[in-house]
Design a protein around this ligand. Sequence first.
Ligand code: T5A
Ligand code: NA
Length: 213
Amino acid sequence: IEGNKKVCRGALVVLEGLDRSGKSSQCSRLVNYFESQGISAELWRFPDRNTDVGKMISAYLTNTSQLDDHTIHLLFSANRWEKRSLMETKLKSGTTLIVDRYSYSGVAFSAAKGLDIEWCKAPEVGLLAPDLVAYLDIPPEKAAERGGYGGERYEKLEFQKKVAESYKALHDVSWKSVDACQPIEDVEKQLQEIVFDCVTECQKGKKPLSLLW
Ligand code: T5A
Ligand code: NA
């Protein structure tokens, strides 16, 4: 029994929500929590602005470059594809990944511009499906009141309202909503419970990795 001990796979956990819903704050808190529990976890984020594709995305988001809506959509998707095999390796070696935005952001933001939702989903087909999507639920008006809003391309109230609508079309059984208007520590507590359960399920080895969509 000792000799063939199976490595438990890590969980693929995605946080989604409107701009300023608190994703980045909660992702780092989650990773700290799992490390304190002796569970191997890494913080990932999309867009990953460090790659060549990511640099093009970053220039677009900061309004230093202009791109056709379809082009930027495909770049966001390519940015996930360039990390796909590393993602699979990490999960299979037992590391849980806490991911700040994923394919749902890709679809929700482009669909909010008026692109066809099925067209938006197509380039994501074959990426790894999350074990859990935690949606940080906040009214667009509330998010707009938070610090730093207004800097990047999509950070405008009218657009964020449309994004909220397109997120609604993407909910499925892997989603759990958390009220993101609560104090930061309360959101943290709730997320810890939800995500911990998911990680435990994956460790039991009964849940194989699956693909989008
Ligand atoms: N995008 C992204 C696409 O169009 N397609 C794609 O495929 C992808 C992946 C970049 C943009 O790209 C779009 C979506 C985005 O518009 P980004 O780099 O993730 O996305 O954007 P950021 O500006 O880094 O992050 P966000 O604006 O999304 O903010 P977060 O991470 O949701 O929020 P956070 O944690 O930074 O908190 C924001 C502020 O609120 C406070 C924090 O202290 C901070 O000041 N705060 C709270 N205040 C009160 N109560 C709470 N519970 C709070 N939680 C946090
Ligand atoms: Na963020």
